[in-house]
Design a protein around this ligand. Structure first.
Ligand code: FAD
Ligand code: PYC
Length: 416
């Protein structure tokens, strides 16, 4: 078997992949579709896939200004979990986690979902109380979640320095064993391939520059590849959602901030779980390639710059080295940033907009990767039926006028 795969690797390398079938087509845009999804990240592609698969729609396009997954989908640190505080969020994120558990089979594409557990560390009494409250809330919602003592943290993840004399000693942690990581690119590619197989047109290098409206109803989009008409349009553009909303004449309660991450040189397997610490602020896991994948809190200023900065690297690595002293001589390989769309309550917006036929899915901030399949699934329902799926009804835009906010700053587990 191994001999065969080495042989086929060599053959494919020498043939310059000439006879490979494309995983999805690259059609010219048609003049009109039933539904157009703007944004070819994981959420947009998942939406198109579920529209075609579960709602029988056949005339769908996804338009992407760059390449598939080139936004936050391909820039994130891939942590998947569902341990949110409020019932509304637990319902949505747990729906997603259940879809993750069968996603490779559903898409017939290995998204490398690895349920290696997610630890959220507590460093003070406030952290411990917040985690205990959240664990109890999780359990009441049927979400697996447990609390670990310092000794149990050490047993579960021996690499963490659990001595009492560090600056922020580890007093305990929450553990969601069903949480873990997945391969971000594969998620975009898997949904793209499966959507394409159901007839969805995926159009890359096609930037939306305007949203056409008539008498309060959406009519189509202006793009760098011409006008495309559609009576239903879904905006799924993460950090650029406010830009798209402005094109349609309304405003979103969103701030766009860079969120940075970095990876080290690859090393042999040393860390078999995900560790997050909101107080010292860092989170870390090890990729299948062996790199340590490390993330920071959001940049404190708003910006559309997708770059990393040395100050953030320095601050984050101080926290990492304090928790994992044995990483102190590890060399860093690369750093980057993505633009995250943060709502005042750190929860997403999924639903209708003031423009009839125009729907929006945004505001996932620092935590939308984990929601990719669930978000696409409920957003497809919302677009197809013209009304929210019960799981996304609490996340409509009008909660910012009714006041029914879903405050998940604590569970976001990334400093805002
Ligand atoms: P994107 O993947 O950004 O897709 C939106 C697409 O819209 C982009 O491809 C963009 O090019 C396109 N677009 C924008 N404007 C236009 C236009 N005018 N016309 C056409 N196309 C347009 N979440 C987690 O759950 N776990 C994590 O560990 C995690 N870590 C993160 C780490 C970092 C550094 C960052 C930046 C984010 C992280 N997130 C994490 C958040 C997560 O990445 C996002 O919430 C999620 O990927 C959003 O997916 P999306 O498909 O909505 O957006
Ligand atoms: O939402 O779990 C999360 C997360 C981890 C890192 C960035 N976001």
């Amino acid at each position: 078997m191994q001999k065969y795969s080495i042989f086929s690797l060599a053959r494919n390398a020498l043939s310059r992949h000439e006879n490979w079938r494309e995983a999805w087509r690259s059609p010219e845009p048609k003049p009109e579709y039933d539904v157009v999804i703007v944004g070819g990240g994981g959420h947009g592609l998942a939406t198109a896939y579920y529209l075609a698969k579960e709602h029988g729609l056949k005339n769908i396009a996804v338009v992407e200004k760059g390449w598939l997954g080139g936004g936050n989908t391909g820039r994130n640190t891939t942590i998947v979990r569902s341990n949110y505080l409020w019932d509304e969020s637990a319902g949505l994120y747990e729906h997603s986690l259940k879809l993750w558990e069968g996603l490779s089979q559903t898409l017939n594409f290995n998204v490398m979902f690895s349920q290696r557990g997610v630890l959220n560390l507590a460093h003070n009494l406030h952290d411990l109380r917040e985690l205990s409250r959240r664990i109890n809330a999780n359990r009441l919602n049927g979400v697996d979640s447990e609390i670990l003592s310092t000794a149990e943290v050490k047993e579960f993840c021996p690499l963490i320095d659990c001595s009492p004399d560090i600056r922020y000693p580890v007093l305990g942690a929450s553990l969601q064993r069903r949480g873990g990581v997945a391969r971000h690119d594969a998620v975009a590619w898997g949904f793209a391939r499966a959507a394409d197989a159901l007839g969805v047109d995926i159009i890359q290098n096609c930037e939306v520059t305007g949203i056409l409206r008539k008498e309060g109803h959406v009519e189509g989009i202006e793009t760098t590849r011409g006008v495309i008409k559609a009576k239903k349009i879904g905006i799924v553009t993460a950090g650029h959602s406010s830009v798209l909303a402005a094109m349609a004449g309304f405003r979103l309660p969103i701030e766009s901030h860079p969120l940075q991450a970095l990876v080290s040189e690859p090393v042999k397997p040393i860390l078999d779980t995900v560790v997050m610490s909101n107080a010292v602020h860092a989170y870390i896991s090890q990729s299948d390639k062996g790199e340590m994948v490390i993330g920071a809190g959001i940049d404190s200023y708003i910006s559309y710059s997708q770059r990393g900065g040395f100050d953030v690297v320095e601050e984050t690595l101080q926290a990492v080295v304090e928790l994992f002293p044995m990483l102190s001589r590890l060399r860093m390989l690369r750093q980057w940033g993505g633009i995250v769309d943060v709502c005042p309550d750190a929860s997403p917006i999924i639903g209708r907009t003031p423009v009839e036929g125009l729907f929006i899915n945004c505001g996932w901030g620092t935590g939308g990767f984990k929601a990719t399949p669930g978000s696409g699934n409920v957003f497809a329902h919302t677009i197809a039926k013209g009304e929210p799926h019960p799981l996304n009804a609490p996340f409509s835009l009008d909660r910012f006028s009714t006041g029914a906010l879903v405050d998940e700053h604590g569970a976001a587990a990334v400093a805002h």
